[in-house]
Design a protein around this ligand. Structure first.
Ligand code: GAP
Length: 460
């Protein structure tokens, strides 16, 4: 049975992964905070992306750009003119809705954002779609998603600033500086983790669509004419990130080509993920952005952003292949992917277990002293601190029966538990238990580390 969104929401709250922002004030406008386990999981997922996209490759460098960019960036990028969703208004309550969401919710079609303004009006009229309050709707109009603010001591047109509508604009603006200072030749890529802000008309489905989020992007710069080959390469590489590097079930991942293209793209595909009972939804976007961005910024800044081929001296604007993934959606997909409720063989009990692979599990190991007394807690603390000092994130839990503590660690996806007992004091050994098989083994304290990142669980 598919996991329901509500199950994940409660799970993530109960275990300190995700809280509504300013919850004591009733939450705020679809903004969320990450608690201790959410923060660990998020960092591990971002690190997995960084390893796969940057560290394991010799053709990608990473940068970190500021949130504020010169307002002209957003003019050049096309966001001031064209970064909009279609909005309709309830003619009685004046509440505003995204037109494509109402069409989708009415079951008329999926991906209604591919419709033009005229088509949207026609579908709403033909199907007599009303607002959620049952009232007629206005005609659709464009609604710009950029979040505006003012920087400086006066508030007028001259101080208007925008928060980033998409994180990647720093990369295009800096691309030549990066290429020259890191002495790169095409093809090569620039990766970045960055905040993005969108004044989304409707925010729904938890952290899936928020007004503030992080994107992890790769912009891969190639010679014109080579873009199709590289586009195919990156589609395949990103698919393997999910199915091989994170271990997602291949049945939960599929590609979908956009029918209507965003203003900067020549071709666009989404990687959709099956978010349990919610169904398939966009997880990541892959775009062939052509030379749109490098050309636009060259024109608007007056700076020559063309690449000079060192062998031929030929000059041209590079084409860009983009892979762009929202960190919230990655985290949410990982909760759906690894959440399991299962019966425990040979008992009446069941357990919730998160079967995270080792590299993304928030805690790698938990140290559980059988008792607090007789020096067991001290011995456990020593093992725990020794692991943490080596950079292995261990948890220590002393409350309740060992069975209860195993359940707690299963529920947060800790791959290994170590129990410290009287034999630990006399023999220097511990019991190590694996989360998925629940099998246990007696080993020397010194051997604990050799078990940790053991995907085959050889000895068991
Ligand atoms: N630079 C390209 C770009 O921004 P996008 O398809 O608009 O393309 C890329 O966004 C990814 O960012 C999406 O696939 C999704 O994972 C994430 N994303 C977009 N809007 C979001 C929102 N409102 N809340 C959370 N994540 C979002």
């Amino acid at each position: 049975m598919s996991t329901k969104l509500d199950t994940i929401v409660k799970y993530a709250h109960r275990n300190g992964f995700i809280f509504p922002s300013s919850e004591i004030y009733g939450g705020y406008s679809s903004v969320y905070d990450f608690g201790p386990l959410g923060k660990l999981l998020k960092d591990n997922l971002v690190q997995a992306w960084r390893d796969y996209m940057v560290t394991f490759r010799d053709d990608v460098v990473e940068i970190e750009g500021a949130i504020f960019l010169h307002p002209k960036v957003w003019e050049a990028s096309g966001h001031i003119g064209g970064f909009a969703d279609l909005l309709v208004e309830d003619t009685v309550t004046n509440k505003r809705y995204r037109a494509d969401h109402l069409i989708e919710d009415a079951g008329i079609m999926d991906n209604a954002d591919s419709l033009s303004l005229e088509e949207t009006d026609k579908v709403i009229a033909d199907n007599k779609i009303l607002s959620p309050d049952g009232n007629p709707l206005t005609k659709a109009k464009q609604f710009n998603l950029l979040v505006q603010t003012h920087l400086g001591a006066t508030i007028d047109d001259s101080t208007v600033a925008y928060l980033k509508g998409e994180a990647c604009q720093n990369i295009y603006v800096n691309w030549k500086l990066v290429q020259e200072t890191s002495r790169r030749k095409l093809p090569f890529g620039i990766a970045q983790l960055g905040k993005a802000f969108r004044n989304e008309i409707t925010v729904k489905q938890y952290i899936f669509r928020t007004r503030e989020f992080e994107q992890i992007d790769l912009q891969f710069f190639v010679k014109p004419g080579e873009e199709d080959k590289w586009y195919e390469f990156w589609k395949d590489y990103r698919y393997k990130f999910y199915t091989e590097y994170l271990g997602y079930n291949t049945e939960h991942i599929k590609f979908r080509q956009h029918e209507k293209l965003v203003f900067y793209a020549k071709d666009a595909w989404d990687i959709d993920y099956e978010f349990g009972a919610v169904g398939f939804k966009e997880l990541e976007g892959l775009h062939n952005r052509t030379d749109y961005d490098t050309k636009q910024h060259s024109e608007f800044s007056g700076k020559d952003l063309r690449y000079r081929d060192p062998e031929t001296n030929e000059q041209y604007f590079p084409y860009v292949i983009e892979t762009s993934l929202g960190v919230n959606r990655l985290l949410l997909s990982s909760l759906f992917e690894f959440y399991n409720e299962e019966a425990i063989a040979g008992s009446e009990e069941s357990r919730i277990v998160l079967k995270f692979p080792y590299h993304i599990a928030p805690y790698k190991i938990a140290i559980l002293p059988l008792m607090k007394k007789d020096g067991l807690a001290d011995s456990a603390k020593e093992i725990y601190m020794n692991l943490r000092k080596k950079g292995i994130l261990a948890d220590m839990d002393m409350a309740g029966s060992i069975g209860k503590r195993y359940r707690r660690q299963d529920e947060i996806g800790t791959p290994w538990c170590v129990t410290v007992d009287y034999e630990t004091l006399s023999e220097g050994t511990v019991t190590i238990r694996h989360r998925d098989t629940m099998e246990q083994l007696r080993i020397d304290i010194e051997d604990i580390e050799s078990y940790l990142n053991n995907e085959t669980f050889g000895e068991f």
